[in-house]
Structures are given as C-alpha cells and as structure tokens.
Design a binder for this molecule. Structure first.
Ligand code: CA
Length: 240
C-alpha cells in the first residue's frame, strides 16, 4: 500500500521540490500551500502522514495542527519549524504533533524519519492484544480501551504505550524507547519522549497520582506497572 503524504508548506522554494522528492521515493504526495487547502485535501483523502510547516499565510500553524489532530486521529503529524521554541507548544500542549524537524533539515534525515513513522503503521496480525489490568490495547485496530472506554491516543502515544505494556513489570530504557518508537537513528532531544509520557499519564488518569501506572525509573527510563498497589491516600485527596 502506498503511503499518502500531505505536505503543508507555503515556501515556493521548499514545497514543490519536497513533494517531488517524496514522489520519487514512491510516496503519494500532495502539496497544500496554505491551511485552507490543507484542510480541504485532508478532508478529501485522509493522509497517513502530514508534514506541516508552522509559518503559514492564512492560519497559525499550531492552530492547524490542533485542527488536523482533532479531525485525523490516526494520522501522523510531523511539524517543520525554524523555531525551537515552538516545539514545546506543538508537541507538549495538545496541539497533537507526533514529531518535529527543525529547519533546515537534510532530505535524508526527513526520509529516515518518515520511514520510521510509516513502518509503525504496518498492520499487526488480527487478534494482537495487550491487556494489563483494566487497560487493553488492540494493536490490530490501534485502539486503547480503559474499562471499555476508548482513549483518544496519538499514534506515537499508542506505540509508546504498546512497547511499555508489552514489557509490563520491566524497566525499558529511554534509548530503546527512542530508537523503537521514534527512529533507530534518533539524535535529537529526548524531550519528545517525556512529553508523550506526560500526555499518556494524563490520558490514563494517572497524572499526579501515586503510584503511577507508568513509573519513572530514575536515570534509566520508564516501567509500566503490572499491578498497582492499593493507594487509598491518593483516592482520599482528589486534586491533591
Ligand atoms: Ca512558511
């Protein structure tokens, strides 16, 4: 199956040549030079992955990212930005990006990152499920259910949770999480990992609870707890 990519980029020196390069690589790539076109194209054919420049002529790229996240829950959103300061906003504050590349980037780096993202989307065999306690991950359907209610997880959150749950009870190193969930050649900051863990904890209803289902293993990584010890203190103090 050919992956469908949407490139949202208004710079005439970057957009067309990037789309051309992606087509040469065998992707089905389309260009949207502004947010309006991006939303229209994404509505016509759901893309597997969106490359999103944040500086757009008609709408703040962060706002577009938020809208695309809401309308395309299973599409991978990769933000292109020249400003490091924007990364926290797009990844951390529920604008919903899965990854980012800082401009200028090398094409080889972009392609490696795309391959890593799209490989994760390869369907697993039907019936692949992980269940720990009352959290169930249906890997084939790429859904997460907590007590039967579906959680809205971003693609990378689901990948991360699936890796932690598949090794529940054991600590998984940051390096391995970065390599397997993001990219085997990741060389950037691991801030992305921490932000995804925080967001997962929030969605699992664990933020601020002690003990947490996703435990921090200091100086090493994270561990998904197989069983949580009873914690009446946490229940008695809502909101802490
Ligand atoms: Ca721009």
């Amino acid at each position: 199956m050919i992956a469908r990519l949407l490139v949202v980029e208004d710079d005439p020196d970057i957009g067309p040549s990037l789309v051309h390069a992606l087509k040469v690589q065998g992707y089905d790539a389309q260009l949207a030079p502004d947010a309006t076109t991006a939303e229209r194209l994404a509505g016509e054919h759901v893309p597997d992955l969106v490359l999103l420049d944040l500086g757009l002529p008609d709408l703040d790229g962060v706002e577009l990212c938020r809208r695309l996240r809401a309308s395309l829950p299973s599409t991978v959103l990769v933000v292109l930005t020249a400003r490091d300061s924007e990364i926290d906003v797009v990844i951390g504050l529920d604008a919903g990006a899965d990854d980012y590349l800082t401009k200028p980037f090398r094409l080889a780096e972009l392609l490696a990152r795309l391959r890593a993202h799209l490989r994760r989307r390869t369907p697993t065999s039907a019936g692949d499920r992980l269940a720990v306690g009352h959290v169930v991950l249906d890997l084939a359907a790429r859904r997460c259910l907590v007590d039967g209610t579906e959680l809205a997880l971003r693609p990378k959150e689901l990948d991360l949770l699936s890796m932690l749950m598949s090794e529940a009870g054991s600590a998984v190193s940051r390096d391995r999480l970065m390599a397997e969930v993001w990219d085997e050649h990741w060389f950037g900051s691991t801030k992305t990992l921490d932000m995804h863990v925080s967001s997962l904890r929030r969605k699992l209803g664990d933020a601020g609870e002690q003990p947490e289902r996703i435990a921090t293993v200091r100086g090493f990584g994270y561990r998904y707890e197989r069983e949580l010890p009873a914690s009446p203190a946490a229940q008695d103090q809502p909101g802490d």
